[in-house]
Design a protein around this ligand. Structure first.
Ligand code: ADP
Length: 193
């Protein structure tokens, strides 16, 4: 299904016709139906990808976020995209890495699952994710990439699931892309959803 050299963006097409893309760049520039924000529990903005999304979307995004009343770790809430090329922003709160024995993996998995549920509810054909929790929240990159890829594969394998049809895993730098490729090279075990 794939032929790929390390460090190169790629596209995988599944027998379900769903597509998974690994891309390098700034998520705020993507014209997809929804981009995912790695937010904090207040949903009132922060650094990293959160700051970039708020800057690109404009102040109306913060105004809508104020109405949401925050978000629990592992859950997701959506807003419009305002000045972004994306129609929606799905805000999720990743776990802060505390060594790995505090349910971090379950919570990170839950972020992806919650975002996919929201994308289905909003009938988004395409959704783009940053590598949630791998910046300020300190989640080990490769472990986080494995969780992201497993969650994405589960969606891509489900023919009867109408949305989303295209998933973008966005790498902000080459380390993230290398980590995704390493996980793919080692092989993934994808449990049936
Ligand atoms: P968290 O607090 O969940 O760790 P961060 O924003 O600090 O969130 O980092 C999450 C990931 O998003 C990191 O891998 C970081 O490199 C990446 N990132 C930062 N800015 C952008 C952007 N504009 N587009 C895509 N990814 C980004």
């Amino acid at each position: 299904m794939r032929s790929q050299k390390k460090g190169i963006p790629m596209e995988l097409e599944f027998p379900t016709q769903k597509k998974l893309h690994l891309v390098v760049g700034d998520i705020t520039s993507l014209a997809v139906d929804a981009i995912v924000n790695a937010a904090n529990e207040t949903l009132l903005g922060g650094g990293g990808v959160d700051g970039a999304i708020h800057r690109a979307a404009g102040p109306e995004l913060l105004a809508e976020c104020r109405l949401l009343g925050g978000c629990e770790t592992g859950e997701a809430k959506s807003t419009r995209g305002y000045k972004l090329p994306a129609r929606y922003v799905i805000h999720t709160v990743g776990p802060i890495w505390c060594g790995g024995s505090w349910g971090e993996a379950d919570r990170l998995r839950s972020c992806y699952e919650s975002c996919f549920k929201e994308a289905l509810r909003l009938q988004c054909d395409s959704i783009a994710f940053p590598a949630i929790s791998t910046g300020a929240y300190g989640y080990p990159l490769k472990e986080a990439c494995k969780i992201a890829l497993t969650a994405a594969f589960q969606i891509c394998c489900q023919k009867e699931l109408l949305y989303p049809k295209e998933i973008y895993l966005v790498c902000f730098n080459s380390q993230a892309l290398d980590a995704y490729n390493e996980v793919l090279d080692e092989g993934l075990e994808v449990p049936l959803a």
